[in-house]
Design a binder for this molecule. Structure first.
Ligand SMILES: *[C@@H]1O[C@H](CO)[C@@H](O)[C@H](O)[C@H]1NC(C)=O
Ligand SMILES: *[C@@H]1O[C@H](CO)[C@@H](O)[C@H](O)[C@H]1NC(C)=O
Ligand SMILES: *[C@@H]1O[C@H](CO)[C@@H](O)[C@H](O)[C@H]1NC(C)=O
Ligand SMILES: *[C@@H]1O[C@H](CO)[C@@H](O)[C@H](O)[C@H]1NC(C)=O
Ligand SMILES: *[C@@H]1O[C@H](CO)[C@@H](O)[C@H](O)[C@H]1NC(C)=O
Ligand SMILES: *[C@@H]1O[C@H](CO)[C@@H](O)[C@H](O)[C@H]1NC(C)=O
Ligand SMILES: *[C@@H]1O[C@H](CO)[C@@H](O)[C@H](O)[C@H]1NC(C)=O
Length: 499
């Protein structure tokens, strides 16, 4: 009894135990999750045990929260200030340096440095090719982005100023500003200026600028060319979008080894990074939250979430479901609550009447036939009762009166009385009291023996006849006729009218 119970307990405890031991390590609950105005969700974190440790290098998810010159706290990833982290997109925005190459009026030459390295190849970041552009600002400026050893890729563009009057705010299409897409899957690059195109003439601007920048956050202004406004207005840094992964394997490979598999939340899914090798996790459609935490993904209440427009076309019909919602027309109405309207159901009176009438007729038939049967039964009972009232003399002790004097003899009257008693029992209306055929047979046998007894031999021929006829085969008709007494029964008649 105890053993199976324990087996059940162990079996039910096992999956839970297994899932907690194989899940990727979870961060401590007490971790700092905000620095200044920036939320820092796991796998990012501040301090050991609060972020996803990536092994050697380990420059991806471990942040510091440092006080900056203006007195506010800002998170940093290594030397880059982190602007924000998006779990949904698997991206982080950091501040990236604007590279500038300027004419020095004092030395009457261009700055010595015209190339800069940018390298996060130790990390699990890649430069987002979709989110970023190479932007070059200047007049007579050609800049490029290349791989560190210049053998893998090179891309760039040239900005010219044929006439300063033709520069336009917001237009980065070659005049004073140009932009180029960057290749996918890079985590290091070199930005360089082609020295043949320089600002030594000093005709318009002193400097050329080149930077890999978040496309959405960059808007060209004519003053970037004519003055030093680009650096002054931005503090020399502009946003750069980085894609990150939580493992270097593909989802297929990562799922195979539950240890270290990062997509631990229910209702989460694994997504292969489209930018470089590795995978990320995402809450399933209709859920939101942190897929890297146990139970991190929570259902979105589409019906009540103010971020969404009410999802149903009919007000008050939205029902939230795990991962979705339903638009369900209210009771007694029908229609399409998603895109249409709900209208009162058409009256189905005709159908209802037809159903009602059919049921009524059926009921009537049943009631009438039942009543008829009950009446029939009662009539039968009355007939029987009357019959036995008329012929019920058997029950009185007037046997002597009805019997022929021939039959009556001192020795046999007792025998006849017993016979009469047996017959009475056999005619009993309720089948429980009625003796079974076997009992009747036994009783008859006993009586026959009694009759053969020396002092019982004086009985008349008629009694002998009666006993012989009262064999089980004769009585069977009484027994089998199920309460209906056969008036043709010879044994019965033998007693009833012995004349
Ligand atoms: C942040 O502060 C720590 C400790 O004060 C310091 O070691 C680190 O260099 C700082 N990082 C940045 C990016 O300022
Ligand atoms: C120009 O070059 C000189 C000598 O290298 C340097 O001291 C000075 O700061 C430079 N001027 C600018 C504006 O960079
Ligand atoms: C340059 O890139 C190629 C191709 O990725 C690589 O095999 C080579 O080692 C790299 N050279 C240097 C110096 O980084
Ligand atoms: C562009 O905008 C700046 C202000 O941001 C303004 O000073 C400048 O005159 C504008 N340039 C043109 C060509 O409209
Ligand atoms: C600037 O460009 C001119 C020609 O456009 C070239 O002769 C000169 O060497 C360049 N200066 C530098 C510093 O590269
Ligand atoms: C599974 O992943 C863990 C942690 O990443 C690692 O230590 C272990 O060797 C891996 N096991 C296999 C079979 O690859
Ligand atoms: C995660 O899912 C949302 C929609 O559910 C989608 O917009 C987003 O691109 C997904 N993120 C990744 C990294 O695939």
């Amino acid at each position: 009894m105890l053993l199976p119970l324990m087996a059940v307990l162990i079996a039910s405890a096992w999956p839970a135990a297994a899932s907690t031991t194989t899940a990727a390590a979870q961060p401590a609950a007490a971790c700092q999750r905000r620095c200044g105005d920036v939320d820092i969700p796991y796998p990012f974190g501040i301090g050991r045990g609060c972020y996803l440790y990536t092994g050697e290098g380990d420059v991806t998810f471990g942040l510091t929260c440092n006080r900056t010159a203006d007195g506010s706290y800002r998170p940093f990833c290594w030397e880059y200030e982190v602007l924000d982290v998006s779990l949904r997109r698997g991206q982080a925005r950091v501040r990236n340096d604007i590279n500038r190459w300027c004419y020095n009026a004092t030395t009457r030459s261009m700055d010595a440095e015209s190339t800069w390295w940018w390298d996060v190849s130790d990390s699990w970041f890649h430069v987002s090719d979709e989110g970023n552009r190479l932007v070059v600002v200047g007049c007579n400026s050609l800049a490029y982005v290349t791989s560190v050893n210049e053998t893998e890729y090179m891309t760039g563009c040239m900005a010219t100023c044929p006439s300063v009057g033709r520069l336009e705010n917001g237009s980065c299409s070659g005049m004073g500003c140009c932009e180029a897409a960057i290749p996918r899957g890079i985590n290091s690059y070199v930005v360089g200026f082609e020295e043949k195109f320089n600002t030594t003439s000093g005709a318009v601007g002193r400097c050329s600028y080149a930077v890999v920048v978040e496309a959405a956050s960059f808007e060209f202004r004519t003053t970037y060319v004519t003055t030093g406004d680009f650096v002054e207005s931005t503090g020399g840094k502009v946003p750069l979008v980085l894609d990150w992964v939580v493992g270097k394997k593909t989802c297929r490979e990562a799922r195979r080894n539950a240890t270290g598999y990062m997509c631990v939340s229910r209702d989460s899914e694994c997504v292969d990074s489209r930018n470089g090798p590795g995978y990320l996790c995402n809450c399933s459609a209709g859920f939101e939250g942190n897929p890297y935490l146990l139970d991190g993904c929570q259902d979105i209440n589409e019906c009540e979430d103010s971020r969404f427009k009410y999802p149903c076309s009919v007000p008050g019909t939205c029902i939230n479901t795990p991962g979705g919602f339903r638009c369900s027309c209210p009771d007694k109405t029908t229609g399409n609550a998603y895109f249409g309207t709900c209208e009162a159901k058409k009256s189905q009176l005709g159908v209802h009447i037809a159903i009602g009438v059919s049921i009524g007729i059926a009921l009537l038939v049943i009631i009438m036939s039942s009543a008829y049967m009950i009446q029939q039964k009662r009539r039968l009972a009355t007939v029987k009762r009357r019959y036995f009232n008329q012929h019920g003399a058997l029950s009185e002790n007037r046997l002597e009166g009805i019997l022929d004097s021939q039959i009556q003899s001192e020795q046999s009257i007792e025998l006849i009385e017993q016979m009469a008693d047996l017959a009475k029992q056999c005619l009993d209306m309720s089948s429980e009291k009625r003796p079974s055929m076997r009992q009747v047979a036994e009783e008859l046998d006993r009586l026959r023996k009694l009759a053969e007894h020396p002092w019982g031999r004086h009985e008349s021929e008629e009694l002998e006849k009666l006993l012989v006829r009262g064999s089980p085969s004769t009585f069977s008709e009484i027994e089998l006729s199920n309460g209906y007494v056969s008036l043709t029964d010879s044994a019965y008649l033998g007693i009833q009218s012995p004349r």
